[in-house]
Each structure stands twice: as C-alpha cells, then as structure tokens.
Design a protein around this ligand. Structure first.
Ligand code: FAD
Ligand code: UDP
Length: 369
C-alpha cells in the first residue's frame, strides 16, 4: 500500500516524491511512461560519449534562493552563463537585442543613452500590450521585430506573434547595455554531473519506488494507494472531455562533428532561415572536454510529445474548464503539463515545493528534514 502514487518523474513528480518520502516519511510509488527519470530535463551520454539533452537544451537559472538551495542538496554546480547569437543578414549578433546587436547590425557606434533614443524613435505607440507583437514593437519598433521575432515565432508556434499572449516574447528582454547573457538571474549554473545524476540522487531513498515504462492507466486500478499526484497533461487525465488542449512539439535532430568546436556560442538562433529555430552545442552548456562535439537542431511541429503549452486567450479559456475539474478532484496537479503553464524548470520546482507545503498543512505532516 502506497501513501502516494506520483505520475511523471520530471521535476514536478521527483521533487514531490523526494519531499513526501524524506520530509513526510510517506511511501511513494513514482511512475513514468518513458524508460527514464528526469522528464524533459533527462540527459545521457551519446554514442561518442558526449553528454546531451534528449529533449532539447536545458539551462538552469533562477532568482529563487529556496529553489537553488533545495536542488543543491542533490548536485554540485558548474557556473554557466548562457549566450545566444541570432544569425541574420549574414551576421551573427547577440540576443537579447543589446548595444552590440544594434551597433553591429547597422554599423553604428551608439552609446547606451543614444541607443535609448534610437529605440524611442523606432518604438510604436501601443496603448495596451496584449500580444507578443505588441511587446516587441513597443520596445524596438517593427524593423527589429521583423528581423528577430516574427519569423522565429512563426516557426516555433506556427502562429503570428499577434496571435500569442504578450508573455511569450516578453521572455526575451531588450537591453541598452552590452550585457550579452541570455539570462540575468541571480543563480545560473548547470548540475555538474548532469540532470539525470541529480534526479538519481533526489530519488535514492527507501521510501521511493520507481516504475518506468508505465502509463498510469495501466496500473491505477492494480495498485493500492491513498492519494495521487499527476504531472502529465491535464486534458489527458480528464479523457479530453472538453476537447484537446493544444501543445506545441519539437523534433530534435542530433549531430556529432569530428572537431572540437562547431559554433561561436552555446546557441545560435536562426530567426528567418531554415526549418529549425536554433542550434545548440552541448559542450558549452556542460563544460565537457572532448575532441568531438554534439549539437541539437530544433524543428518545431504540431505532432509529437506535448512540450509547450500555447499561451493564447482561447487556450486559457479551455484550460480554465479543466482547472475547475482539477480543483474538485482529490488528485493534485503539478507541473508544466498538468497546470498548462509555460514554466521553466525552477518555476516547476517552486510550484512542487509549495504543493508539498500545502499537503503538509492539510495532512499535518511534521517536517523531519
Ligand atoms: P515533464 O518534464 O514533462 O515531466 C512529466 C513526465 O510525466 C514526463 O516524463 C512524462 O513521460 C510523464 N507522463 C506524462 N503522462 C503520463 C502518464 N499518463 N503516465 C505516466 N507518465 C506520464 N526550462 C528551463 O528552466 N531552462 C531551459 O533552458 C529549458 N529549456 C527547454 C527546452 C525545451 C525544448 C523544452 C521542451 C523545455 C525547456 N524547459 C526549460 C522547460 C522544462 O523542460 C520544464 O519546465 C520542466 O521539465 C517541466 O517539468 P515537469 O515535471 O512539469 O514536466
Ligand atoms: N523569440 C524570438 N526570437 C528569438 C528568441 C525568442 O522570436 O531570437 C520568441 C519566440 O516566440 C520564442 C519566445 O520568444 O518562442 C521565447 O523564447 P525562449 O528562448 O525563452 O524559448 P524557449 O527556450 O522556451 O524555447
């Protein structure tokens, strides 16, 4: 008899399994339909012995001390500040758009304050920022929007930015200084021995049993448990009773080159050319030394595993209906797919930790560790 059946061994499921088992002394069965733990953050060594991320590049960054301290119990870290270039008009320039981007692209020599004037001159007057187009044209104007955002977004989402919530392109800021880091969070580092090792450490406890290659419908009626935590797609849990929630998927194409380095930085975005959105070279992220190098190309697609919830008003409406069912249910719904939120890893960890605190209060678990 298990106290908890947890469906999905990604960040949401694994953090809750660890907290319930260790701090709550509960017996947990953690299942996943895939043949590995770690969810979309899973990494492994490819045939050449290079550490790669099976579901696309995962760079850890957070402003939350609580999240960083919590994960630090299971891994050492390697400091890593991710940098991205956009390949356009025959040049490679920094993204987010910054002082170097503009000076390189237009062959100028502006100062930071002159760049503020430059942007102000180009910016469109948008009264109410609602869409992903609004965010960008209000900040930098239409020309830069067309170069950096329109084509990339069309490829990534198969939608025009005007059809997506502002929150999507708002993930990428605009800068007037030369800071060329993709993220500016307080904590930016990669698990020193990889994500999978970190998950193994998290789940290595006698109160946690793991069952892989197992969908929850296969066993939900076979196994005795008191409570369920579900981290898969919320619409699937409710048998798509209100219709399918749209998710965007990606085909990952991996390639290894017989040379030490392939490109100038961790990720190069291709906003306007090719069917893929970006190429990431893993060794930049992991710090691994190897005489060969492995890359991943991301080809967005409608079919396949659900990776991205699609933030737009009609999808939020549909999710609201599922959320109403979830709120009435005895099951806890946690994570990117179960709460239909475009969350980064750290946000999912924070959500799982706060769910644990809620459960703790409900069932009167006294914290042991
Ligand atoms: P998941 O990791 O999706 O785990 C859910 C698990 O549930 C899966 O393993 C699935 O197999 C299992 N499951 C689903 N249904 C069932 C079922 N019926 N029965 C059994 N098991 C089931 N975040 C960052 O912070 N930084 C990044 O750089 C970053 N890059 C990303 C790049 C890509 C291409 C993608 C797709 C995501 C990226 N993310 C990044 C986001 C990150 O992947 C997620 O925030 C995080 O992995 C979500 O964890 P989760 O546990 O909610 O979901
Ligand atoms: N985006 C873009 N051009 C870029 C980078 C990002 O248009 O060069 C837009 C695009 O819509 C993308 C979103 O901003 O989906 C968020 O980018 P991010 O890099 O955060 O995406 P993720 O890493 O989550 O795929």
């Amino acid at each position: 008899m298990f106290d908890y059946l947890i469906v999905g061994a990604g960040f949401a499921g694994s953090v809750l399994a660890e907290r319930l088992a260790v701090a709550g002394n509960k017996k947990v069965l953690l299942i996943d339909k895939r043949n590995h733990i770690g969810g979309n953050a899973f990494d492994y060594y490819d045939n050449e012995g290079i550490l790669i991320h099976k579901y696309g590049p995962h760079i850890f960054h957070t402003n939350s001390r609580e999240v960083f301290d919590y994960l630090s119990k299971f891994t050492e870290w390697r400091n890593y500040q991710h940098k991205v270039l956009a390949d356009l008009d025959g040049q490679q320039v920094p993204v987010p758009i910054n002082l170097t981007t503009i000076n390189t692209l237009y062959n100028l020599n502006l100062s930071s304050s002159e760049l503020e004037g430059f942007f102000a001159d180009k910016a469109e007057d948008v009264k109410q920022v609602r869409t992903s187009e609004d965010v960008v044209v209000k900040a930098v104007g239409r020309d830069l929007y067309n170069k950096f955002f329109r084509g990339y977004t069309q490829k990534q989402w198969d939608l025009d930015p005007s059809e997506l919530d502002a929150s999507v392109t708002a993930r990428v800021p605009t800068r007037t200084n030369k800071d060329d880091r993709y993220f500016t969070d307080t904590y930016q580092s990669m698990p020193l021995y990889g994500y999978t090792k970190m998950f193994e450490n998290m789940l290595n406890h006698p109160n946690i049993k793991i069952m892989l290659n197992t969908g929850y419908r296969e066993i939900a009626n076979e196994i005795a448990f008191s409570k369920m935590i579900f981290t898969g797609p919320v619409d699937e849990y409710f048998n798509y009773c209100y219709g399918k929630l749209p998710y965007r998927s990606i085909n990952f194409k991996f390639e290894t080159f017989d040379k030490e380095q392939f490109q100038r930085t961790g990720t190069i975005n291709y906003p306007n050319d090719y069917a893929f959105t970006r190429i990431t070279e893993f060794k930049y992220l992991t710090g691994q030394k190897h005489h060969k190098t492995s890359l991943v190309y991301e080809f967005p697609t409608a079919d396949g595993d659900p990776y991205y919830p699609i933030p737009r008003p009609e999808n939020a409406e549909l999710y609201k209906k599922y959320k109403a069912l979830a709120d009435q249910s005895d099951t806890h719904f946690v994570g990117r797919l179960a709460t239909y939120k475009y969350y980064n890893m750290d946000q999912v960890v924070a959500q799982a930790l706060s769910t644990f605190k809620k459960i703790q209060a409900e069932v009167g678990i006294k914290s042991m560790h």
